[in-house]
Structures are given as C-alpha cells and as structure tokens.
Design a protein around this ligand. Structure first.
Ligand SMILES: Cc1ncc(COP(=O)(O)O)c(C=O)c1O
Length: 391
C-alpha cells in the first residue's frame, strides 16, 4: 500500500472547500466537474425510477435496455461493433478502470502509463496488481504529443496493459488517427498486450481533431477495453455511473469481480443514464460551444503573455499550463495563487513526477469566471516573474 497516496485533486478540492467555508470567494479552475446541473429530464427519469420502486438489487451486469442503448451509441458514434452482452454498467468510469486492471493483471506483468495521466491510474494499478511493474512513458515535453519511440521502447513481451486517455486529462490534447494506428501496430507486434482506452471525454471535442475509438480498428478489437461514462458529458459526476465494453472473456472476468465488489450499479441511476443517452442530448453540443468560447479566451490571453504558456486545447475539460517563469514549483505556485489571488488550480506533480513546472487548468467554470481566473493567473505570473528578476 506504500505506493498508494490519496487523490491530490480531491485533497486540493477539500482545501478549497475549507477556504469557501471561511467565507472567501474562490474561483475554482481546479476540479473536473462542470458548473452546470444535471439536465432536468435526466433528474426526472431518476426520480421517476425511484417512485416506480427501482430500489432493489438488479441485474449485476446492468439493465439490458441501458446496455443495448450504449452498444448502439458506440456503434453509431464510434464505429465499435459493440454487443450489449460485452458491456458492464459500473459505479463510475473510475470503477471500470479498476475492474479492468483487477481482471487482467497478474504478478510479473508490466503496465505502460503515458505521463502525465489521470491521478487515479497509477493507484488503481498498484491496488489491483501486486508484483506488477509500471513503465512510465513521458509524452513529448511541452506539446504533450505521443512519443512513439519512447512508447515502443517501453513495451516488452511482459506488458499486459497500455493505458490511453483521449481527449486527455490533464493536457487537453487528443491522440491523432496516426497515433491510434501506431498503437494498433504495436499491439499486433505484442500479442499479449491489451489496450485500456479511457474515453470519458469522447463527446467533449473542442478542436478539429476527430475522436478515434481504438476498438473500431479491425484486428485489435478483441484486445481493446473501452471505458466511458456519464459524469462529464451529462454532468452526472455525483450519480456515479459509467460503463466498460470489452472482449467477452475480459467482460466475464470483470463481471465476477464486479458482482463481489459492487453487486450492481443502482437501477434508478441507470434509468437516469438511459434518459441521458436515449433522450435529448442537446446539452452536450451546448456545452461544447461554451468550451469553444473559453478556448478562444485561453488562446487570446496566452498569446499576449510573455510568461505563461500552455498546451493546445483540443478536448476534454483541461489544459496543462507551464508556470516555470514564476520560478516556483507547482505546489508553491498553486498555494500562493490560492492565497494571494483566490484562484484554485491543481499542481502538475499530481499527474507525474516530471511536471513540477506545470499546473492543470480546468475550463469547466462559467465563461466570465474562467476569464477572470485566467487574468488573475496571468497577473500573478507577471508579478512573480518580475519579483524573481529583481532578486
Ligand atoms: C480521465 C478520467 N477517467 C476517469 C474519470 C472518472 O470518472 P467517473 O466520475 O465516471 O468515475 C475521470 C474523472 O475525472 C477522468 O478525468
């Protein structure tokens, strides 16, 4: 358990809540939770399901109508030949990542993680895979593209699992079509290798790159585990619902673990998720438009600053900003920014050891609040860069 540390992002949000309780007005550009409520038709479906008595144990794998709807969605939106019998409904996408690792990892296996990565990836591997070795593959410094050479040199015949996440938390970058085809080729050369593809931000595409689901690529689909969810696209973070689609053997292994750990995902929440996916989905397009407005603000403010740079925002909820001109490490920077400017962002070290010069910036706050928060970050960068020069 020594390698498992608490979630830095959740700890940081506790700290922010503490400041708010003390009466301070904090601009939160830290968390991955949209500022908008769950759409009313989704809430109503959940309430109706409760009133209809969906309060008991239910099908462990998930309600068939929801699994069928997800299978149709994966096929129509991403070209995945998905079957409802290959899908498990889980209490959140995070839980799906856990089930995949618990089902696949054995002592002696290796896991490749592209860094920086989602804060829970490494802890999940260590919780589920005792005696498993992790190989960190740094993305190209600064731009955070896939470094193909580094990835190739990390993969061995013991590598069981490669994690990918596109659109990406924390950089906002996306894997290109060519990247995905390159990964597919690596999988052909490593027949033991499974791909754990976390696509929770698949509908939050902000730039021109199209989302490509690896499970749609013929020849590797029987080794791709696709994780999706409702937290981000449907603003359902607190409901705790996600899903996983996998080859039949892996689905069976995950289902056994799921039955013992989770029993089932609450049926009334699944009814709400069904309303989200099967009903009116305008809320997604409307929100992507807001994210695009924020991207314009982000690009404009960064282009004017000699001190702050950041990753290209292609999709998802975040970008990674480079704060090295402040000459502070990311932890000091985040604490000072919170104290002096009342703005919360997450230190880059939460996402990998090589990122003390970065912080994660979240785009999921109201556009005027986002703009004000960014302006304060720029002011803070400017004043600290000047102070350091004068030292
Ligand atoms: C990349 C990534 N995967 C998974 C999750 C977990 O999502 P869920 O709320 O569905 O557990 C998150 C949440 O922030 C995330 O950013």
């Amino acid at each position: 358990m020594k390698q498992i540390t608490p979630s830095v992002t959740l700890e940081f949000s506790q700290k922010v809540r503490e400041h708010v309780r003390q009466g301070r007005e904090i601009i939160s550009l830290g968390l991955g939770e949209a500022e908008v409520p769950t759409p009313p038709h989704i809430v109503e479906a959940g309430v109706k399901a409760l009133r209809d008595g969906l309060t008991k144990y239910s099908n462990p794998q998930g309600l068939p109508p929801l699994r069928e709807c997800i299978a149709r969605y994966l096929k129509a939106s991403h070209g995945i030949e998905a079957g409802a019998e290959q899908i498990i409904i889980t209490p959140g996408a995070k839980n799906a990542l856990f089930l995949a690792c618990a089902a696949l990892l054995e002592p002696g296996d290796e896991v490749a993680l592209l860094r920086p990565c989602y804060v829970s990836n490494s802890p999940i591997v260590h919780i589920t895979g005792s005696g498993v070795k992790v190989c960190d593959v740094d993305m190209t410094p600064g731009v955070f593209d896939l470094d193909r050479e580094k990835l190739s040199s990390c993969l061995t015949d013991r590598t069981k699992l490669l994690f990918i996440n596109t659109p990406h938390n924390p950089t906002g970058r996306m894997l290109s079509d060519d990247d995905i085809l390159f990964i597919a080729e690596e999988m052909r050369q490593h027949p033991r290798l499974y791909l754990l593809s976390d696509e929770i931000y698949e509908s939050m595409v902000v730039g021109d790159t199209k989302h490509r689901a690896p499970a749609s690529i013929p020849g590797i689909e029987n080794r791709v585990i696709t994780v999706g969810g409702f937290s981000k696209a449907h603003f359902m973070t607190g409901w705790r619902i996600g899903y996983v689609h996998a080859p039949a053997t892996v689905t069976r292994a995950m289902l056994t673990i799921h039955e013992h750990i989770n029993t089932n995902t609450a049926a009334f929440i699944q009814q709400a998720a069904l309303a989200a996916l099967d009903g009116n989905r305008d809320h997604i397009g409307n929100y992507v438009r807001k994210l695009r407005e924020r991207k314009i603000i982000y690009d404009r403010l960064l282009s004017r600053s000699p001190y702050l740079s950041g990753t290209e925002y292609e999709g998802g909820y975040f970008t990674f900003i480079n704060i090295s001109a402040s000459r502070m490490d990311c932890d000091t920077f985040a604490v000072e920014l919170l104290d002096q400017k009342n703005v919360a962002i997450v230190p880059g070290l939460a996402f990998g050891n090589n990122y003390p010069d970065y912080c994660r910036l979240s785009f999921v706050n109201q556009t005027d609040v986002f703009e004000e928060g960014m302006k304060r970050i720029l002011e803070f960068m400017e004043s600290s860069a000047h102070e350091k020069k004068e030292d």
